[in-house]
Design a protein around this ligand. Structure first.
Ligand code: ZN
Length: 153
């Protein structure tokens, strides 16, 4: 049994985000605004051995279930992640993240002259034009966006 399986089992209610790319765990925490301020138990495991030569990060958060925006952020930042939903100590749902066709609001366009970066308060809309290659395109200014450089709102 892998150590990560034990971590999955010990939570009562909440979410275990598994298979986060090595080194991305803290970034994911930040993006999902998981800060522990509500007093919930949070466990973060970085560099957990996964397979022979690989490592992964794992985040376990009690009393939190991910919303669509959270899942979309994850799909961009940690495309290999799996979301495990736990209720009464049982794994009730396990799914992989996947990129939607369109991502609204959560990321800021990289083009400083884009209308979504002006004072007009227009929310960003990005089309996912290549899911495999993770290529996004701003619907307003047509800039092709590198997901590793995106800043989230
Ligand atoms: Zn734009």
């Amino acid at each position: 049994m892998e150590q990560s399986d034990l971590m999955v089992r010990r939570i009562k209610e909440g979410t275990v985000i598994d298979h986060i790319d090595e080194g991305k765990g803290l970034q994911v925490l930040n993006a999902l605004q998981i800060d522990g301020k509500d007093g919930s138990l949070i466990t973060i495991a970085l560099n957990v051995p996964s397979g022979k030569f690989k490592k992964k990060d794992i985040i376990k958060v009690e009393n939190k279930f991910l919303k669509d925006d959270d899942t979309n952020k994850l799909a961009v930042m940690a495309p290999k992640a799996t979301i495990n939903m736990i209720k009464e100590y049982k794994l009730v749902e396990k799914r992989r993240v996947s990129l939607p066709n369109e991502i609204d609001r959560i990321f800021r366009c990289a083009n400083p002259d884009c209308i979504t970066n002006s004072t007009e308060h227009i929310e960003s809309v990005m089309d996912v034009i290549n899911k495999e290659g993770m290529v996004l395109k701003c619907r307003y200014c047509a800039r092709v966006l590198d997901v590793t450089e995106l800043k989230y709102n």
